[in-house]
Ligand binder design. Structure first.
Ligand SMILES: NC(=O)c1ccc[n+]([C@@H]2O[C@H](COP(=O)([O-])OP(=O)(O)OC[C@H]3O[C@@H](n4cnc5c(N)ncnc54)[C@H](OP(=O)(O)O)[C@@H]3O)[C@@H](O)[C@H]2O)c1
Length: 297
């Protein structure tokens, strides 16, 4: 079968897409492709100046996922300025950061990668539900396979463990949202995607060895382990735009261990499909963010 590429993204004219973390890496690539295919793209960035220079002419909305106040303000601006919302790409993320708290007191990785996106999606859901065929794409990682939600992130904090946990939470969220949308009979779909290993600034806080191993300099030998940002963005673009993609699916690279390759439908870890765990996380997330969804279990 032919490899799916950015050229397969259908015409997006008349559609509106919000991409979080669109100032760099995979978010920027995703926003570029959607804009090139005619979408009106809203770059939801914590650094609006960086976002404004990223894609000339694109609309930029300030969004700091580590602040629920900022998430509420961003959602309000999007609701009042966008007449429709076809795509919400929950892409922004942090990895391997020292212990820190969000403005609201949550561990930073979980707060940014999961809770911030949970709140943003909930606050935009009415808008998404009104737009027929809209999609929410939440970006996870192969790291979810190591994730455990029963570990308290504040006890013996480990940056890698916190990241794994947040990426499992992304999947619980994406799949549980789809179950709720199904129950509501909504045409909005929730999908997940992951890039494999992509050369972006996300790795800046990783060990020197890891950075060298996936780095550009070793491309002739690490082609099986890491890919560039454009290729890494294709699974989330496919989840967002491929007309044959369905709610509840996850897209990732089709190569060895899903590290690199052409974007296709992939299976995630058996525990990521645990419905009870996903429900528990949902209830906790509603309590912590004080955002409740207009769709129920
Ligand atoms: N690269 C990989 O190999 C890889 C592998 C698996 C999964 N992923 C996932 O892919 C997604 C994108 O990562 P990337 O590789 O493109 O990393 P990146 O180049 O570091 O970009 C991350 C983006 O997230 C934004 N961001 C960070 N904290 C934020 C906050 N509090 N509020 C709003 N935006 C925030 C960053 O904004 P600034 O520009 O202001 O820093 C940046 O735009 C993440 O969810 C990551 O977990 C990446």
């Amino acid at each position: 079968m032919a490899r799916w590429t950015a050229a397969d993204v259908p015409d997006q004219t008349g559609r509106i897409a919000v991409v979080t973390g669109a100032s760099a890496g995979l978010g920027l690539e995703t926003a570029r492709v959607l804009a090139a295919r005619g979408a009106m793209v809203v770059l939801a960035c914590r650094d609006t100046a960086k976002g404004a220079t990223a894609i000339g002419g694109a609309r930029v909305v300030e969004l700091d996922l580590a602040s629920l106040g900022s998430v509420r303000e961003a959602a309000e601006i999007i609701r009042s300025t966008c007449p429709r919302l076809d795509l919400l790409i929950n892409n922004a993320g942090v990895m391997n950061v020292p212990f820190q708290r969000t403005e609201d007191g949550f561990e930073l990785t979980f707060g940014t990668n999961h809770l911030g996106h949970f709140a943003l999606t909930g606050l935009l859901l009415t808008h998404l539900l009104r737009t027929a065929g809209s999609r929410v794409v939440t970006v996870t990682s192969n790291a979810h396979r190591r994730g455990r939600l029963d570990l308290d992130p504040e006890q013996e904090y480990k940056p890698g463990t916190a990241y794994d946990r947040s990426k499992l939470a992304n999947l619980f969220f994406a799949y549980e949202l789809q179950r709720r949308l199904d129950a509501a009979g909504a045409t909005t779909a929730s999908l997940a995607a992951h890039p494999g290993n992509a050369r972006t600034d996300l790795w800046r806080t990783s060990s020197r060895l890891e950075r060298v191993l996936i780095g550009r300099a070793l491309r002739p030998v690490n082609f099986w382990l890491a890919q560039d940002a454009h290729q890494g963005a294709l699974p989330q673009l496919r989840a967002a735009a491929d007309l044959s993609a369905r709610g509840g699916e996850c897209y990732g690279p089709d190569g060895w261990f899903q590290y690199v390759g052409s974007p296709g439908r992939v299976r995630t870890s058996p525990s990521s499909y645990d419905r009870e765990a996903a429900k528990r996380l949902w209830t906790l997330s509603e309590q912590l963010t004080e955002v409740s969804y207009p769709v129920t279990a």
